[in-house]
Design a protein around this ligand. Structure first.
Ligand code: ADP
Length: 462
């Protein structure tokens, strides 16, 4: 890639040099000629104005200045063919001071014959070996005709072109060498980061998740690196999750299954005839089956919510009644609820799905509550939304884990506890529902003091 970019830069430099060459060397002749003829016409017009403004003798000085400045020589004749002004400060290139009377009369009659009262001749000067331009125009001053003739070289001298060519050759050499250097450095600078990214991406593709893309490069590459770093981070998370998933699910399913098998065998071999023992063992089997059922249900619910195929069925309902209906499901738990919700608030949301969010928050609060079994469920208004908080006095969650607990299968305590009934999916279900319905949700927690999980619903004022 470096070489290709380099090559393109050099081709571009070549084109620019070629263009300059054409402009400088090839077109300079015609360009110069056009320029000279145009300035001759302009100068003659200025002379005309000068003559009209001053009388002949006082105009001579200014006319001389005009012509010399333009490297021209000129003469003004009256109707009788008598020269009244001659400016020939550059005698070698001037053909006017040696004009014969015949030639003058011929020029005067050429001017008179012309419809536009002027004429021009282009000829080659033998002395200078150079193209010349001769221009004549008649002008009327106080009822008398005057004839202005101007003569100027219109070709560049060969020596000038030669110098220009040599100079251009030198410039071309310098420009090419500098361009070769600079463009090589530049193309390396442009392509090296991309080559690095490609190599890194290759490693990433081969499964190396420790690659880091350099974000300090120029903006486009930096943006690409940033995106790739983000992708790598996501891959890393997915990979971790996949590993966790295999470990957790197999562990979570295997452990209850082992227990179920062991207790069933115990009933078979030992406690079959002892109703008390049998009851105890059957209770464990039922608990383990419940746990398995919960795990499978959570997995199904989450995959349903995450697949984005579910529809939100939003309706208007009373918030307090809705919260109480959900809390009723926890009647059997050894916790008490302190509910502070204005009974007049109505919200507009999907009641079942939002009920699931509240259920999962309260379910966690009951499981992670500390010595104080009081769980607060409060609602506070924020504009046209109401924020529902579930507050516990449990162990709290460390700040660096507060983002991670919403991930699938993420559990702070990775150990299996039979009574815990933890699947690591409850909060990811909350996240999936809240994100699909556009509800704000979150957590505030301090280790040792407890946690406040919250989500928001739209208030219905109708
Ligand atoms: P689980 O089924 O394990 O509770 P969740 O997704 O609901 O799965 O929660 C993820 C993790 O977040 C839990 O394993 C727990 O460590 C932590 N957690 C959730 N709620 C609370 C809470 N109220 N207090 C302390 N930790 C909590």
């Amino acid at each position: 890639m470096t070489f290709r970019v380099w090559f393109y830069f050099l081709v571009l430099t070549g084109f620019v040099m070629l263009f300059l060459w054409m402009l400088q060397i090839t077109f300079i002749g015609p360009y110069y000629e056009r320029n000279r003829t145009q300035s001759t016409l302009n100068t003659v017009t200025s002379i005309e104005h000068q003559l009209a403004r001053d009388n002949i003798s006082s105009a001579e000085k200014e006319i001389s200045r005009l012509l010399t400045q333009e490297n021209m020589c000129g003469a003004v004749y009256n109707e009788r063919g008598t020269r009244v002004i001659l400016v020939a400060e550059l005698p070698t290139s001037c053909h006017l001071d040696s004009l014969s009377n015949n030639a003058v009369s011929e020029f005067i009659s050429m001017t008179n014959r012309s419809a536009s009262s002027d004429f021009s001749i282009r000829f080659n000067s033998d002395i200078l070996d150079q193209g010349m331009y001769f221009y004549g125009r008649s002008t009327k001053l106080a009822d008398y005709n005057y004839y202005i003739f101007v003569n100027t070289p219109i070709e560049l001298l060969d020596s000038t072109v030669y110098v220009l060519k040599r100079q251009f050759g030198l410039v071309a050499m310098v420009v090419f060498s500098v361009a070769t250097f600079v463009t090589f450095a530049l193309s390396r600078r442009l392509s090296q980061p991309i080559v690095n990214i490609t190599n890194m991406a290759k490693r990433l593709g081969e499964g190396d998740l420790d690659v880091a893309f350099d974000e300090r490069e120029y903006s486009e590459v930096s943006a690409l690196s940033h995106t790739l770093n983000y992708a790598t981070e996501e891959f890393r998370k997915t990979d971790e999750l996949r590993r966790d998933l295999v470990a957790n699910v197999s562990h979570d399913i295997k452990t209850p299954l082992t227990m179920i098998k062991a207790y069933a065998e115990m009933i078979q071999d030992i406690s079959g005839d002892n109703p008390e023992m049998r009851e105890k063992h059957l209770k464990v089997i039922v608990e383990e089956t419940n746990h398995l059922e919960r795990l499978v249900n959570d997995m199904l619910t989450l995959s349903k919510y995450e697949s984005n195929v579910f529809e939100l069925k939003e309706t208007r309902f009373n918030l307090l009644q809705h919260v109480q209906a959900t809390l009723n499901l926890f009647q059997m738990m050894p916790v008490t609820f302190d509910v502070k919700i204005n009974p007049n608030i109505f919200v507009y949301a999907d009641e079942i799905k939002m009920g699931q969010v509240l259920y999962n928050f309260v379910n966690n609060a009951t499981r992670y509550t500390g010595d104080d079994p009081m769980i607060q469920v409060h609602a506070a208004r924020f504009g046209d939304e109401v924020e529902i908080s579930v507050i516990d006095k449990g162990p709290g969650i460390e700040p660096e884990l507060q983002d991670r607990i919403w991930d699938r299968y993420y559990r702070i305590d990775k150990n299996y506890t039979r009574t815990g009934g933890s699947s690591g999916l409850g909060l990811s279900i909350v996240r999936a529902i809240c994100e699909a319905s556009g509800s704000r949700y979150g957590l505030e927690s301090k280790v040792g003091e407890g946690s406040r999980f919250y989500y928001r619903l739209k208030i219905d004022l109708s």
